[in-house]
Design a protein around this ligand. Sequence first.
Ligand code: MN
Length: 154
Amino acid sequence: MALRNLIRKFSGAFGWAEVERMPYKEEGSAPFKAISRQVLFADPVFKCELRYFEMEPGGYSTLERHEHAHAVMILRGRGLCLLDTEVRPVASHDLVTIAPMTWHQFRASEGEPLGFLCMVNAERDRPLLPSEHELKRLRAMPEIAAFLEGRSAP
Ligand code: MN
């Protein structure tokens, strides 16, 4: 079926007309906290999807990696992003490319909401979670240990 023309108005509160604010993932499927998901574009014509994820202050996305990539634009607030073995501050309008099989996690670490647009392939592999061994390796890096525990950098 052909794509139809459509404008969904921005609500002003990081919502869009007729776009449902959904749970980030199925509860208990992976670790995450205080994060919602809105699917903005998902028509099969695109072969990709654009989603908006938002964390409340203190919230975080799942620490994961997968074969598919992400193209991310921070749309709201400030926070921290773990990319591979680096912890970096991110803020509104920054662009983040997450390459295949890179560990990644976002945290609303700055006492304010953190929201981002995330473009992803419509067909994609399931995220992998770190094994105990992998977590231990990541936690051995003080900056990452602090990030994972929601503390300020040592
Ligand atoms: Mn991911």
